[in-house]
Design a protein around this ligand. Structure first.
Ligand code: GDP
Length: 432
């Protein structure tokens, strides 16, 4: 996993930025040898790629004075990292301290990025420009507080990392990663056994890939897939107190390690809170989703009607996900999973060209403008797809958009561009 070291003076907004980079993910303090009090490692994920963020300590003057501490910190960051991110307060500009660290970083063989933080509006552009003087390339304007610019910054970070085959994702870059998740006893191990059954080839090694021993490579429908963290499925863990908590953490980790999740639900019994929690984890992690109702061999007409009601009532939030009714016991419809995984991943990978997106958007907004708020009519100026995996759109507007209108936009977006099986994120940035 590549490592990004973040360096910066105290108060430049380094911690706020690190929290931004980690997004909604909980900061998990890692047990890495050599990580001491002043270096904390966090796991981060962006566009399906995992990396480690090394938050190096603030630059407190030591025996050698501030300059010495700075140089030492920069040296340490360079040793440990695959790329270094220098955070500068754009409102203050480059101080002698930054000049000193830049001198060290310019000698580095590692890629270095400069984030100009606290750029909260356009007027700051000239301050950002002055940071070219550090000799570390183009300064990237961000506002860690407002979250602006961090997407572009993360894209640049990923580009800066050396590419290794193991970390490349997507088509032609190794098997796609699938999490098979669901509450205990829903039939995960049974389904995995069915999928890897003797009639199908179980692949142990694929040219050019290193297989994590806890994952399984499975050939389905002519394609090899990596089912992540299946070790716990194959070897049933004995239930003890606290197990559920760990099972939930493990589920979460598997989802995050995967690109697409199959959420298995027991079709023969009423939907439970636990099922909904797992679905929420997938949506929040921004992963593609296929819902599989298992134990279909036990489902009769009555249960089927009840289940339709549950779907209408409780699964509205994930109605974009495809559902399949399977039986791990009889093998019913199990062969349908691979095509559904593919559809979901295609949606997840989708990039809508900016021109196409905006011509669609301007027609839509002209026909149905956002509701007036506080006597003002918010204008939707422009949209761009900031990322795929999952498709993430940023809308620039002149005013706040109500939740109802945002939902309307998402619904229309899905109708126009078909994101079956993938969550879609829309964020709105208000320009004065
Ligand atoms: P896991 O905890 O999710 O891995 O669940 P298991 O695969 O261990 O399955 C739990 C129980 O459900 C076992 O007794 C299985 O035999 C049973 N089971 C799994 N899938 C099916 C199915 O499709 N139909 C029926 N009738 N039973 C199933």
């Amino acid at each position: 996993k590549p490592v990004l070291a973040v360096v910066g003076r105290p108060n430049v907004g380094k911690s706020t930025l690190v929290n931004r980079l980690l997004g909604r993910r909980e900061a998990v303090v890692q047990d890495v040898p050599g990580v001491t009090r002043d270096r904390i490692a966090y796991e981060a994920l962006w566009n399906g790629r995992e990396f480690t963020v090394l938050d190096t300590g603030g630059w407190e003057p030591d025996a050698k004075g501030l300059q010495g501490a700075v140089a030492a910190q920069a040296e340490r960051a360079m040793e440990a990292a695959d790329a270094v991110l220098l955070v500068v307060d754009a409102r203050v500009g480059a101080t002698a301290t930054e000049e000193a660290v830049a001198r060290v970083l310019r000698r580095s063989k590692r890629p270095v990025l400069v984030a100009a933080n606290k750029v909260d509006d356009q007027r700051m552009a000239s301050e950002v420009h002055s940071l070219w003087s550090l000799g570390l390339g183009e300064p990237m304007p961000i506002s860690a507080l407002h979250g602006t610019g961090s997407g572009d910054l993360l894209d640049a970070v990923l580009e800066a990392f050396p590419a290794t085959p193991r970390e490349q994702t997507g088509r032609g870059a190794g098997p796609r990663r699938v999490a098979l998740v669901g509450k205990p006893n829903v039939g995960k191990s049974s389904l995995l056994n069915r999928l890897t059954g003797e009639d199908r080839a179980v692949v142990d090694s694929v040219a050019g890939t290193t297989v994590d021993p806890v994952d399984s490579l499975v050939e389905l429908d002519g394609e090899v897939w990596r089912f992540v963290d299946t070790a716990g499925l194959r070897k049933r863990v004995k239930t003890a107190s606290g197990t559920e908590y760990y099972a939930s953490l493990r589920t979460k980790a598997a989802i995050e390690a995967a690109e697409v999740a199959i959420v298995l639900i027991d079709g023969s019994e009423p939907l439970t809170e636990q099922d909904l929690r797992v679905l929420t984890m997938v949506v929040e992690a921004g992963r593609a989703l296929v819902i599989a109702y298992n134990k279909w061999d036990l489902v009769d007409g009555d249960r089927r009607r009840q289940l339709e009601k549950e779907i209408d009532r409780d699964l509205v939030r994930v109605r974009w996900a495809e559902r399949v009714n399977v039986s791990a016991l009889t093998g019913r419809a199990v062969a349908k999973t691979a095509p559904l995984l593919r559809t979901a991943l295609d949606s997840w990978d989708t990039r809508i060209p900016t021109g196409q997106l905006n011509s669609w958007l301007s027609d839509l907004v002209a026909a149905q403008p956002p509701p007036v708020r506080g006597g003002k009519q918010p204008k939707v100026l422009f949209a761009t797809q900031a990322q795929s995996r999952p498709p993430t759109f940023v809308l620039f507007t002149t005013g706040f958009l109500e939740a109802g209108y945002r939902r309307f936009l998402e619904r229309k977006l899905r109708e126009a561009f078909d994101f079956t099986g993938s969550p879609v994120r829309i964020s709105v940035r208000v320009r004065e």
